[in-house]
Design a protein around this ligand. Structure first.
Ligand code: GLU
Length: 300
């Protein structure tokens, strides 16, 4: 079977140089290996994703010269797949509803910090401080019956106990320089959110379901998602899904060393195009040659 790669942007803004780098690395690697390149639209966050950004993704990638297979998988069209995975995890007894609002969580964290620093996840957000895991079945039913909003969280401790130690194959560069067989540390994330009352999935859940459904064999993405891979390996194992290899790449940064965001206009592909930069110029800006892109210099 040929290797399968994917570029998986979220249509919540316009693409910038960092996306171009990721897309070009995937495209290049697929060409070098005789593999397939898929494009996936990760649009489960209905409040931030917009159809015009999806259209812009197609236009900007085509302008760059990236070619992908169709049909494109749009996550919002496949909520039933994620719901099925969530039910599997629930059947293992690993999912519980938590009813605190963001403001209540912030208050709980502040209260706990009175006794010393409260731990944060690898993205810098405080771990879930609540106690919803220990609510009785009656209390849960009552809150749900009253129509309270909730997040469905993974019981991380129980999940880790069930699967034991996990690793993944890192073909790229971890932020800390690790590569090869890397030990996963999902516990660093605490009880992550898997779904919400109104959305039957989350980034973590849909990404592992889709990578498996689409037979993705090598995930090439930015180092900002390196630590999330620990959660992905855990969910894959719980759901009995295969593990792709991972190749996390360094992030493109602005002159001040900051990670690019979709609102960083000077590094947006459209801005650069308007300023007269060609697709070959974009390759050069992200440090890739025109024909033989980055990974050709560092084969696995
Ligand atoms: N949709 C994610 C993003 O735009 C990328 C997900 C992934 O590559 O796993 O940041």
């Amino acid at each position: 079977m040929p290797p399968v790669f994917r570029f998986a942007p979220s249509p919540n803004g316009l693409l910038h140089l960092g996306h171009a780098y990721s897309a070009l690395l995937n495209f290049d690697r697929a060409r070098q290996t005789g593999g397939r390149l898929l494009l996936r639209i990760e649009d489960i966050d209905a409040t931030r994703c917009r159809p015009e950004f999806e259209t812009a993704i197609y236009e900007d990638l085509a302008w760059l010269g990236v070619a992908w297979e169709t049909p494109v998988r749009r996550q919002s069209d496949h909520l039933a797949d994620y719901r099925a995975a969530l039910e599997k995890l629930s059947a293992l007894g690993l999912v519980y509803p938590a009813f605190e609002s963001r403001a209540e969580i912030a208050r709980l964290v502040a209260a706990r910090e009175a006794d010393g620093p409260w731990p944060c996840d690898p993205d810098g957000a405080p771990l879930y401080p609540g106690t919803a895991k220990s609510l009785s079945a009656d209390e849960r039913a009552r809150a749900m019956g009253a129509g309270a909003p909730y997040a469905l969280r993974l019981d991380m401790e129980a999940a880790c106990r069930l699967v034991g130690g996990l690793t993944w194959t890192e073909l790229g560069e971890a932020p800390g320089g690790e590569r090869g067989i890397v030990a996963a540390r999902p516990e660093a994330w605490g009880d992550v959110i898997l779904a919400r009352k109104e959305t039957p999935t989350s980034y973590h859940l849909s990404v592992v379901v889709d990578d498996a459904l689409q037979d993705v064999s090598e995930v090439i993405r930015g180092q900002d998602l390196f630590h999330a891979t620990s959660v992905h390996r855990l969910l894959q194992t719980l759901l009995g899904l295969p593990a792709p290899a991972y190749r996390h790449h360094p992030l493109i940064r602005d002159e001040a060393g900051r990670k690019l965001s979709k609102s960083t206009r000077s590094t947006g592909l459209r801005e650069l195009q308007r300023a007269g930069v060609s697709p070959a110029g974009i390759c050069q800006l992200v440090g890739l040659g025109q024909d033989s892109l980055g990974f050709s210099k560092t084969p696995p």
